[in-house]
Design a protein around this ligand. Structure first.
Ligand code: HSE
Length: 408
């Protein structure tokens, strides 16, 4: 690809404007935004009107534009635009996690068919260069565990509610005003957004294609004042964690809130910061921390992808062809703390291993190991709050060996 790139930008919201700021303040990068396609021409804009169009064809049909930078939040329209851009021989940079997580297989086919790269570092953890690191640095080290705070809005809410005593609604409102939250914030608080990101990470870290809807998802929207008090009383914090755990040839992955003690790598990650802890077989634990949401941090990741196109960088997805890649499994157990009103029917028999419980007038709290299938059932109920226990590591269900079965 030529050194000087001409960009067609689709979307000029929080991230688009962040990219514009980052781009104009970066020295030495010979890159120009030719045109910006927007949906709402009536909105007042910070740039001359000549930049803007509502017709995507003005970008796609412009032979001078080398790269389409797609930064809108509608995943279906984004997918249409990305396909058209690749068909027209343009490289693509996108930050649309839902679109990437949903269409990753097709994206890779189109990349090969049309010979143009698609990069999406800005789709996962904002400014943290986690995808590039998984692709390049960890291409041979076997990763045994990956745990991350991958959603800035929910981390912001959890921080403000537990450390500053703000109400959930107030903290969510601030996350929206600051441009961290999705247009539909249920995607954040109900954990959908982290499943998109975890799905993408599983491909780059473990070579596995697990669709977002195949992942168990527990959000933070059912956490109660009693959960926050329990955390405080036990010197714990609650973090919404996207985790993947390898046990031999099995890989267990889920998104759920968890209690973290002060010894945990994610304990001191606050506000809109994200963090990913990666445990390699030989490198052991490494922690990546950075701002995970907001215009400038995400814009900086998008810029880094644009810059990488100048030296023809593309993802090689090397882990997907390694023979030793694990198999995604839901046949596992994990230790949880659940709380509900005393009238809700949950009993020790629902647990594979029950550890104990307490009941007062307002809350019934039970702790123990459950199967992922029970966890999935409970995650769909609106009368139970579920938090992974401190130190909980999901484990595969032990299948008895033939000789043990025979002896029994
Ligand atoms: N809503 C997302 C978040 C934006 O809060 O992390 C960045 O992907």
């Amino acid at each position: 690809m030529k050194k000087k790139l001409t960009l067609g930008l689709v979307g000029f919201g929080c991230v688009g404007q962040g990219l514009y700021r980052v781009l104009t303040e970066t020295q030495g990068l010979e890159t120009e935004i030719r045109k910006i396609c927007i949906k709402h021409p009536e909105k007042s804009r910070s740039l001359p009107t000549a930049y803007f169009t509502t017709q995507r064809e003005e970008l796609l049909g412009d032979p001078e534009i080398d790269v389409i930078v797609e930064l809108i939040d509608d995943a279906d329209t984004a997918w249409e635009i990305v396909q058209q851009a690749l068909q027209r021989g343009k490289a693509v940079v996108t930050a649309n996690k839902k679109m990437v997580a949903t269409h990753l297989d097709e994206l890779r086919v189109l990349e090969t068919k049309y010979g143009r790269p698609v990069l999406y570092e800005g789709a996962v953890c904002g400014s943290i260069p986690i995808i590039r690191n998984l692709e390049e640095y960890y291409d041979n080290d076997r990763i045994n565990r990956l745990e991350g705070i991958v959603n800035g809005s929910t981390n912001y809410i959890l921080t403000k509610v537990s450390e500053e005593g703000k109400s959930y609604a107030e903290a969510l409102g601030e996350a929206q005003v600051n441009g961290f939250a999705e247009s539909d914030p249920t995607l954040d608080v109900e954990g959908y957004d982290p499943t998109f990101k975890l799905s993408i990470l599983l491909t780059h870290a473990f070579g596995l294609r697990v669709r977002p809807e195949e992942l168990i998802r527990v959000g933070i929207h059912r956490l109660s004042a009693a959960d926050l008090s329990f955390a405080k009383a036990n010197h714990l914090r609650i973090r919404l964690v996207a985790g993947a755990y390898r046990h031999g040839d099995k890989l267990i992955a889920l998104v759920a809130p968890r209690f973290v003690p002060d010894t945990h790598a994610l304990y001191s990650v606050r506000n809109e910061f994200n963090a990913v802890s990666v445990e390699g077989l030989f490198a052991e634990e490494q922690l990546f921390v950075g701002k995970g949401a907001g215009g400038n941090p995400t814009g900086s990741a998008v810029l880094s992808d644009i810059s990488a196109l100048r030296y023809d960088y593309r993802y090689e997805y090397r882990k997907t062809t390694q023979e030793s890649r694990p198999e995604y499994s839901l046949d596992a157990t994990v230790e949880v703390v659940v709380s509900c009103a005393p009238s809700v029917r949950i009993s020790p028999e629902d647990f594979v291993r029950f550890k104990g419980g307490e009941r007062n007038r307002e809350t019934h709290r039970l702790q123990g190991e459950v199967t992922l299938s029970t966890l999935a059932d409970w995650s769909r109920r609106d009368d139970i709050s579920i938090i992974l226990a401190p130190g909980a590591i999901p484990k595969p269900v032990e299948v008895p060996k033939q000789e043990e079965l025979a002896a029994a």
